[in-house]
Design a protein around this ligand. Structure first.
Ligand code: CA2
Length: 188
């Protein structure tokens, strides 16, 4: 909700221009080879292209009034940089680190360093595939992992982050300031 002031007789003054300012912002990162989605290995990864997946995420984001920033890279360093940059201006991250899931301590360290609530998504169920895919280096530092639900996994991750972040914002806004709590107890 944009900043608003309640005047007398219940008149509420709002500033629509401030809507962007108050929106939740989530960065969505796709790792290596996900640009090939829909073109091969369709039995494992499905038929949806990355563009179509991004459109579905953008559509849900609009419904939830969330601003999403979607990026794909084949480079580990670029993904690390984008995770670090998310520290300023973003409320959460959704990431499918693709093959880097199973190899990258750098991506794990970046996620841990920024400390933003992050959801790890995999199109396939990595736990039912080859042994080397069972280990995720990022699983230990993320809020949760969604694997095996195809593109729907990203939409669930977005909804989940939205719900958690909205609830936590609401708690912050309604928390009684320490001073008035003390006053209420009559200790000042
Ligand atoms: O299931 C997932 O989402 C994965 O993160 C996908 C990675 C794989 O290395 C992980 O173990 C599980 C691979 C992404 C490659 O995507 C392609 C898509 C179409 C054609 C070829 C590769």
């Amino acid at each position: 909700m944009p900043p608003c002031w309640t005047l007398s007789r219940g008149i509420v003054l709002t500033f629509p221009g401030f809507e962007q300012y108050d929106m939740l912002r989530i960065r969505v990162l796709h790792g290596p080879n996900l640009n090939l989605l829909g073109t091969r290995e369709q039995l494992i990864y499905g038929t949806m292209s990355l563009d179509a997946l991004d459109s579905a995420i953008t559509k849900l984001a609009k419904e939830l009034a969330v601003k999403v920033d979607l990026r794909q890279s084949n480079s580990e360093g670029e993904l690390v940089t984008w995770i670090q940059e998310a520290r300023t201006g973003y409320d959460g991250i959704i990431i499918n680190p693709a093959a880097y899931t199973h190899t990258s301590i750098a991506i794990r360290d970046a996620i841990a360093a920024v400390g933003l609530p992050t959801v790890e998504v995999h199109l396939s169920n990595i736990h039912q595939r080859e042994e080397f895919r069972h280990r995720s280096y990022v699983a230990g530092v993320v809020l949760g992992q969604i694997a095996g639900l195809g593109p729907t996994g990203y939409l669930l991750a977005l909804r989940g982050l939205h719900d958690l972040l909205t609830a936590s914002r609401r708690r912050t806004k309604t928390a009684t300031p320490a001073v008035s709590r003390r006053t209420a107890k009559g200790t000042t």
